[in-house]
Write a protein that binds this ligand. Structure first.
Ligand code: SAM
Length: 342
C-alpha cells in the first residue's frame, strides 16, 4: 500500500482525487507502490543524487503549489511513506521528545531523515501513533525563512526542518543542497547562522536544549532592556515596535508546544531573527486608531472632560475662559439696563 492510504480517495465533488503528480489516486497507489516498494531503503533520494535518504508522510493538507514537501517529491528527492510504515532514520516531528543534536549524525548519514507533511493547524488529525520511528525529534529554537511563516520561531516547513536537522548534525553541505531548490532557501541558513553554529558545537539533546534556553534568556534580557529604556523615555525607542517573544504571555513558560497551537496559527505575528515579535500591520493600525488630539493652541488634550470643556466661537477660535466670562457679564448687564429703562 502506498501514499494514498493517508487520504480519502474521493474529493468533495465526488471525483477521485489526484495525487501530487496529477494522477488519480487509485492509479497513484499502484505507481507509488512500485516507486516506493523500497521505502525505508532510501534508494529514491540516492537515485536522484542526494546522498542520504529523505522521506515524508504526506497528509495532503497543504496547497501543492506552496508545499515544500511536494516540491521535493516532484524533484524526486524524497519518498512518501504510508501510515503504518515506520522510518529507521531521524524523524523530525512535532511529536518528537528530545531535540535533534550532533550525536544524531550517524543515524542521519546511515538511515536518513524524514518529516510529516501536514498543516500546522491540523496536527490533531495526524495519527502520530501510526507513523514515526525510534528516533523522533523536535527541532530546537530556529526561525523560519519560508514565505508562509517568515520570521516565526519553531514553525519550519518540511525542507527547512530537514535542512535544520542536517545543519545541526554538522552536514551544512546537505542542508544547502536541499535549500538551493528554493528561491528563499539559503536565507534560512543565513537567518539562523549564529544559532546553528552553537548547536553544532553541542553533543546530545540536553546540551542543545541548554544552548536553546540560554539563547531564549538572552533574547528575553535584550527585550527587557529595550523595554526599560523605552520607559525611560528615549524618543528613538518609543517608536520601536519590536516586542518580546514573551510579550505574548509574560507569565507563561515559553515552549515550542505553544507554537503548535491553533490559536497561534491564527495570530499575525512576525519575528526578527532574534525572535522579537514584529507587530503586524493590523496591530499597528489599531494602535494608530488611538489618535492624539490637540486643542487650538497645539496642546495635547489628555481627557474627554478636557475636550468637552473647550469652547469655540463661530470662527473656530478657542473661547478662553476669561473672555467667555466677560461676554456673559456684559450680556447680563445689558439685560439689567433694558429692564431699568422700561
Ligand atoms: C507541519 S509541516 C508543514 C509543511 C509545510 N506545509 C511545507 O510546505 O513544507 C512541517 C513539518 O516539518 C517538521 N518540523 C518543522 N518544524 C519543526 C519543529 N520545530 N520541530 C519538529 N518538527 C518540525 C515536522 O515534520 C512538521 O510536520
Amino acid at each position: 500500500m502506498a501514499k494514498g492510504k493517508n487520504k480519502s480517495s474521493e474529493t468533495r465533488s465526488g471525483k477521485p482525487s489526484r495525487g501530487s503528480n496529477g494522477h488519480h489516486t487509485r492509479t497513484n497507489h499502484k505507481r507509488m507502490e512500485m516507486k516506493f516498494s523500497n521505502a525505508g531503503t532510501g534508494a529514491n533520494s540516492k537515485e536522484a543524487g542526494f546522498p542520504v535518504k529523505l522521506a515524508m508522510w504526506d497528509f495532503d493538507h497543504c496547497d501543492p503549489k506552496r508545499c515544500s514537501g511536494k516540491k521535493l517529491e516532484r524533484l524526486g528527492l524524497i519518498k512518501s511513506l504510508r501510515v503504518g510504515q515506520k522510518f529507521q532514520g531521524i524523524v523530525v516531528s512535532p511529536n518528537g521528545k528530545g531535540v535533534v543534536c550532533p550525536d544524531d549524525k550517524e543515524t542521519v548519514e546511515e538511515f536518513g531523515a524524514s518529516v510529516v507533511e501536514c498543516s500546522w493547524a491540523r496536527l490533531d488529525e495526524v495519527p502520530f501513533n501510526k507513523i514515526g520511528g525510534k528516533h523522533e525529534r523536535l527541532l530546537p529554537y530556529l526561525v523560519a525563512a519560508n514565505q508562509v511563516n517568515y520570521g516565526r520561531p519553531w514553525r519550519l516547513n518540511c525542507v527547512e526542518a530537514l535542512a535544520a536537522c542536517f545543519a545541526i548534525v554538522g552536514r551544512v553541505d546537505l542542508a544547502a543542497e536541499l535549500l538551493e531548490h528554493f528561491s528563499w532557501g539559503l536565507g534560512f541558513l543565513e537567518l539562523n547562522k549564529e544559532l546553528l553554529e552553537m548547536y553544532q558545537k553541542c553533543t546530545d539533546s540536553e546540551s542543545v536544549k541548554k544552548v536553546e534556553e540560554e539563547w531564549l534568556e538572552k533574547i528575553d534580557k535584550e527585550v527587557q532592556e529595550r523595554k526599560s529604556q523605552s520607559r525611560e523615555g528615549d524618543i528613538w525607542l518609543q517608536g520601536n515596535t519590536n516586542r518580546d517573544l514573551q510579550d505574548m504571555s509574560d507569565d507563561e513558560e515559553f515552549d515550542s508546544e505553544q507554537y503548535y497551537s491553533e490559536e497561534n496559527t491564527e495570530r499575525k505575528i512576525r519575528y526578527d531573527n532574534l525572535g522579537n515579535v514584529l507587530i503586524s500591520e493590523e496591530e499597528n493600525e489599531s494602535e494608530e486608531e488611538e489618535e492624539v488630539r490637540y486643542d487650538a493652541l497645539g496642546n495635547i488634550i489628555e481627557s474627554e472632560e478636557e475636550a468637552a470643556e473647550l469652547k469655540y466661537d463661530s470662527l473656530g477660535n478657542l473661547i478662553e475662559d476669561d473672555e467667555q466670562e466677560v461676554e456673559e457679564d456684559l450680556a447680563r448687564t445689558t439685560e439689567k439696563l433694558k429692564k431699568l429703562e422700561t
